[in-house]
Design a protein around this ligand. Structure first.
Ligand SMILES: [Zn+2]
Length: 140
């Protein structure tokens, strides 16, 4: 069994976001990718707390938004910008022109805020052997 690591921005769980194409509420979808020590991204995800590292492959799950009505998929970071523009313009559906006209202003506005939007990340290292021994000790 691989180690598991899940990263999801807190706002994704606590707030509603709306599709800029059709106005529908967006749903949260997860993607899981298995990273092995030979992957360049591996060391970014095998951290476990400040000083410890997981050994072996890590199943990394990250999340994005999807609109079930019009099949739009969008990253959290992009939707975060879109949401700022939706607020500026005062409506949910946006044209490409509105997005490009307001993008830099929106990005500047959220630049500082975004750094404070922490990512809820948790890693679970599962050592099957240890778990079995613990169960035997507890229930044995
Ligand atoms: Zn949509």
């Amino acid at each position: 069994m691989n180690n598991k690591k899940t990263e999801i921005p807190v706002a994704m769980l606590t707030r509603k976001f709306y599709c800029h194409k059709c106005g529908e509420k967006l749903s949260v979808e997860g993607d899981t990718e298995t990273l092995t020590p030979s992957d360049p991204e591996y060391t970014k995800y095998n951290k476990l707390g400040r000083n410890r590292r997981m050994i072996g492959a890590v199943d990394v799950t990250t999340y994005h938004f999807e609109c079930e009505k019009c099949n739009t998929a969008i990253s959290f970071d992009e939707q975060w910008v879109i949401e700022a523009i939706q607020k500026m313009v005062g409506k949910q559906t946006l044209t490409d022109e509105e997005i490009s006209a307001k993008r830099s202003k929106a990005e500047a506005k959220i630049g500082q805020k975004k750094k404070l939007t922490y990512v809820l990340g948790y890693g679970i290292a599962i050592l099957v052997g240890v778990a079995v021994i613990a169960l035997l000790v507890i229930y044995g």
